[in-house]
Design a protein around this ligand. Structure first.
Ligand code: SF4
Length: 604
């Protein structure tokens, strides 16, 4: 098979933590054209590396950090996909994260980093172009993510490197621990932090100085300029630029009726003006920050002046962090919400799952199923920001009875607590769902229930949306730039850039076939692990309780909604009525290697 001519270096860095060794794995142009990169390449590598039921915590279970062909080029807003078998759910999961770290990997001359093994002692992995070092991290182990980044910079003495690390949450193998990139960007929802903790990998630092090869540099550059211009011109971009995603907090409350509130008891939160984008813009934000070459700069940094959190510097709120650690906890004050967001980042926790676990516990308190005594004396009531901050720290350290209980997440907690709490345990496929209530925002149900990972908000809101996002996440592009604003022109905009860059002649039809291949391969992985149509459902609360108030008062997710979602998605991708890809589909997509597994799944 031929080596890639452009867009890729044609090699992945394989790290063996057990023996502190590394080597290069060649990847052909044909493989890249079929699976692109990011989550698509991750699915291809992991499907073939792992067998059904493989223990995600086994030494040979990999973490794949995958870039795409556009990373490191002039293209706007390129990111990274982190792929692994999630120890929290037992399923294939991918997380997308931005910053500058992703492009440093590419500029170091690697299309991705594939990490296996377990180090005996805590270690920092430092990659500088072709050089790889394993640095003793004994003194850094135990530090939060902010301290860790400072200490790694001091150890490597390379100010231009970019760093991703875990906090106490990862070290203590909290199932929903995140990999934190450049302090406040989270590769979450994948349990990657717990996996890294298990592998004793505290941080990864990368510095690169190589140029990405291009077949027709001039034409690729012109297409990238046109793509950027198109994104900048579109209105969808403007709101995100000014308010980040925090502006959605007010929008989803006042207009969409989908702002999660009080553990999904309602979507109406009259105090949202204290928490949202307008308030943040007026009182908190001091700096806009951006991922590499992104004109949107949706990330906002601020500092709290006055009050008990005086001097606290934090990033956010974003819609997800503000929803999960704001309205969902019944908070009414901005500063307390920001303190909770900052604590989740410092502990290296997925704010969505952590917020879900806190809100579930608060409802248990509200209903008298738990008391402060059950929670090491912490009065974790709705509206108590201080208690939420204390509990987040306890979760990160798995400290006490309460820290250990909440570190399990909602699905396992509700089983342990019982007393009917399953009725308000909001999760899909074992994972807490994000901040958009699908009773008020029905298309979001597709992302939660039909998306590969379960409970995630960025997987696409229609069958074709699922395919589109599989492609965007394989191209490791940000959907705020390389998704929503390009709309119907998405295939053309991408192929206009990819063809001169990689020397391809990809058509719109091939774009969609590739998208379906990636989505279907991810599905094969999940089916092999036992997932069927019965699992492609939304949490019971959303199907049994109507929204009590707000713009979508009375809305509920119905059986008819589920039926329509299944039929349209399975039909679009060529999966059978149980959600298993058919032999004909697998053959047509060139996924013959999965046929036997799917036949066995059909018999089971
Ligand atoms: S829109 Fe925001 S998340 Fe997306 S690339 Fe730009 S700065 Fe990063």
């Amino acid at each position: 098979m031929a080596a890639p001519k452009g867009g890729y270096f044609g090699r992945i860095l394989e790290i063996d933590l057990t023996n502190q060794k590394f080597k290069e794995r060649k990847v052909s142009d044909e493989e890249y054209r079929k699976y692109i990169g990011g989550c698509g390449m991750g699915a291809y590598l992991l499907y073939n590396a792992l067998k059904k039921g493989h223990d995600p915590m086994a030494a040979d279970s990999p973490i794949y950090l995958g870039t795409g062909p556009l990373n490191g080029t002039y293209c706007v807003s390129t990111r990274l996909s982190v792929v692994n078998k999630n120890p929290y759910t037992g399923l294939l999961s991918h997380a997308e994260v931005g910053g500058h770290f992703p492009n440093e990997i590419k500029w170091a001359g690697w299309d991705g980093i594939y990490i296996t093994g377990k180090s005996k002692n805590p270690v920092v992995l430092y990659i500088n172009d072709d050089k790889v070092r394993f640095i003793d991290a004994a003194k850094i182990w135990g530090k939060d993510t902010l301290e860790t980044e400072d200490m790694v910079y001091a150890a490597i003495k390379e100010p231009y490197a970019k760093i991703a690390c875990i906090g106490p949450g990862g070290e203590n193998e909290v199932g929903y621990a995140a990999l934190m990139v450049e302090r406040s960007r989270a590769a979450a929802r994948t349990g990657t932090g717990a996996l890294m903790g298990n592998k004793k990998l505290k941080a990864i630092a990368v510095r690169g100085t190589k140029a990405v090869p291009a077949v027709d540099n001039k034409k690729a550059y012109e297409a990238m300029v046109a793509a950027k211009t198109l994104a900048v011109e579109r209105e969808a971009w403007q709101g995100i630029k000014r308010y980040g995603t925090a502006g959605l907090l007010e929008l989803k409350h006042y207009a969409h009726g989908s702002l999660i509130t009080l553990n999904f008891q309602t979507t109406w939160w009259p105090w949202i003006d204290n928490l949202g984008g307008e308030e943040a813009n007026r009182t908190f934000w001091k700096r806009h920050t951006a991922c590499h070459h992104c004109p949107v700069h949706c990330m906002k940094l601020g500092v709290i002046r006055g009050g008990k959190y005086d001097g606290l510097i934090a990033e956010g709120p974003e819609y997800e962090t503000g929803g999960l650690l704001g309205s969902n906890l019944g908070l009414k004050e901005f500063d307390g919400m920001m303190a909770a967001i900052e604590m989740a980042d410092a502990m290296g926790l997925d704010a969505i799952s952590a917020g879900g676990a806190l809100a579930f516990t608060m409802e248990c308190m509200q209903r008298g199923v738990l008391t402060a005594q059950d929670l090491d004396g912490v009065d974790l009531q709705f509206g108590n920001a201080d208690a939420a901050v204390v509990m987040l720290k306890k979760i990160g350290h798995k400290e006490g009875k309460a820290g250990k209980l909440l570190a399990q997440g909602v699905a396992k907690m509700s089983k342990e607590i019982g007393k009917g709490s399953e009725a308000w345990a909001v999760h899909t496929k074992g994972k807490e769902i994000a901040a958009h209530d699908p009773r008020g925002d029905k298309p979001r149900g597709y992302s939660y229930a039909m998306g590969t990972c379960g409970g995630d908000h960025h997987e696409g809101n229609t069958p074709q949306g699922l395919a589109t996002w599989a492609m965007i996440n394989s191209l490791t592009m940000c959907s705020f730039v390389g998704g929503y604003p390009w709309g119907k022109e998405i295939p053309k905009v991408y192929t206009d850039m990819l063809n001169p860059l990689c020397g391809w002649n990809m058509t719109d039809d091939e774009f969609w076939a590739t998208a379906k291949r990636i989505m279907t391969l991810e599905r094969c992985f999940q089916v092999r692990e036992g997932i069927r149509s019965k699992d492609d459902v939304l949490p019971v609360r959303l199907t049994t309780e109507k929204l009590p108030e707000g713009p979508k008062a009375g809305a509920i997710w119905t059986e008819e909604d589920t039926k329509k979602m299944h039929e349209s998605t399975y039909g679009y991708f060529g999966w059978d009525s149980n959600g298993i890809p058919t032999d004909a589909t697998l053959k047509a997509l060139g996924l013959d290697f999965a046929i036997k597994d799917m036949q066995e799944a059909r018999k089971a």
